[in-house]
Design a binder for this molecule. Structure first.
Ligand code: NCD
Ligand code: ZN
Length: 452
């Protein structure tokens, strides 16, 4: 694994300016305003500088189109190994990410078997190499095994507070503080699925997303967050897929990191009656959805993440009560939200903070900003090229989307280390994605990142 490149920016101040290998010209958000920029890229695809005009060199001019950093998705399930029934793989899911403008996915450990040992991490790493279109960070599953051993290899940890196939190991009230202590000592990010199962109610049998929301009510989310409230100071706590305004306020007060998903922002429990709309945590009533959107648009949510959880249509066409939970999303997350920016419902800056900058900082990665020393991982967005989402034009192998027919703005180009992997909306890359781990200064005890 080649170490990421970090270069001294502004070399010209010392009279030794590196000639750019190439220049990409367009518009970008600089100091809160869209303005013309020219981005100089070095020989390894790193960003050397952003200026109004660069010295002469090979140029790629995207005109009025907007250059934004590639996104980092903190929550993606790629289903390898052992879950081919879910209709996705490391290869197909990362091409789907590339087309959706996501340059780094953090991959969840609820595979079959779950990622509970160094050997299983190594096996997953081997599935990334030579097959992944974008970079992949691998979560290990927190549990009764040694977090210290896993931390030598993992990119982060995931804790499920309620069982989630195939994970049935959830911490008891006595165990959780000990798990959190041990995880805090690893300094790795820790993502938590925060639903407290003692709040689940028997709705027999749930027949639609409204029932599902009653079976797993918001109080389960609130109770799970309270279980995390007295966490060790050093723990890098991140709460996955928050669904309510109350949880947003509570987590902000606690100073914890958290994410919301596009489906909880855009869909309610009445958006569709069938199991394609069955997801954990459930979709909420319209008023709750609208309140979550308001918080997101106000910049109160640190991260946007897809919880890309593909299941095939045939699995989803089972009786509602027995159908699996989860929907695909890594390819549609940014396009759906960029359309909201185009409509004026959301500022581009708010979106880029939540989708690109903060998640990359959270994982200690030199991406997510158009800044000297960062990798040249960025997208070209043409806000005039609106499209209608349709499953047959999406690349995810699961073959459907809950956002069929929605307007969206897909990236025209996606650059990775200064090389285009998406051109004219088509994937043209090679499977050169790397396994990445958080890069905090070696040996340093990094303080918890407060991403708010
Ligand atoms: C996820 C899945 O299918 O792996 N499903 C979901 O509804 N979000 C599991 C999970 O993240 O809980
Ligand atoms: Zn998930």
């Amino acid at each position: 694994m080649a170490p990421p490149v970090r270069r001294q920016p502004d070399r010209d101040r010392f009279g030794a300016r590196e000639a750019p290998a190439q220049i990409v010209a367009g518009r970008a958000l600089v100091a809160g305003r869209l303005q013309p920029v020219e981005i100089a890229l070095g020989s390894e695809g790193e960003i050397l500088s952003l200026r109004r005009t660069q010295p002469p060199g090979p140029r790629h001019d995207v005109g009025e189109s907007v250059i934004v950093p590639a996104a980092t998705d903190l929550h993606v399930h790629l289903r390898e190994p052992g879950r081919p029934d879910a209709g996705e793989s490391m290869a197909t899911g990362t091409v789907s990410a590339a087309l959706g403008g996501v340059g780094l996915v953090a991959e969840m450990p609820n595979t079959e078997p779950p990622v509970t040992s160094v050997e299983r991490l190594e096996e997953k790493e081997a599935r990334v190499r030579g097959r992944a279109a974008v970079d992949v960070l691998l979560y290990a599953l927190a549990g009764r095994g040694s977090a210290r051993a896993l931390a030598l290899r993992a990119g982060g940890f995931k804790i499920y507070l309620s069982p989630s196939a195939p994970v049935d190991e959830v911490p008891s009230a006595e165990e959780l503080p000990r798990w959190l202590e041990e995880l805090a000592r690893t300094d790795l990010p820790v993502a938590v699925h925060a639903e407290e199962p003692s709040h689940f109610r028997g709705v027999a049998p749930p027949k639609d997303p409204i029932d599902w929301g009653r079976a797993r009510p918001p109080s389960a989310e609130a109770a799970a967050i309270e279980r995390l409230a007295r966490r060790p100071d050093r723990l890098r706590l991140h709460v996955a897929h928050v669904t309510t305004r109350a949880a947003v306020s509570r987590l902000r007060a606690l100073g914890a990191s958290f994410e919301v998903t596009p489906h909880h922002l855009l869909l309610s429990d009445r958006s569709g009656p069938d199991a394609r709309f069955k997801v954990n945590p459930p979709l909420r009533p319209e008023a709750e959805r609208a309140a979550l959107w308001t918080a997101f648009a106000a910049g109160e949510v640190p991260a946007l993440a897809s919880d890309h959880a593909p299941h095939t249509l045939s699995a989803k066409s089972a009786e509602f009560a027995r159908a699996p939970s989860g929907m695909p999303g890594v390819e549609t997350m940014l396009p759906l939200l960029l359309e909201r920016v185009r409509r004026g419902d959301l500022s581009l800056g708010t979106l880029l903070s939540a989708a690109c900058d903060r998640p990359a900082r959270w994982l200690g990665q030199p991406v997510g900003r158009l800044a000297p020393g960062h990798r040249g991982n960025f997208l070209v967005i043409d806000f005039r090229r609106r499209e209608t989402l349709s499953a047959d034009r999406l690349s995810s192998a699961c073959g459907w989307t809950a956002f069929e027919g929605w307007d969206a703005i897909r990236p025209v180009e996606h650059w990775r280390d200064g090389v285009r992997i998406v051109a004219d909306g088509e994937y043209v890359g090679r499977p050169e994605g790397r396994v990445v781990r958080p890069e905090f200064a070696p040996g340093a005890v990094s303080p918890p990142i407060r991403p708010l």
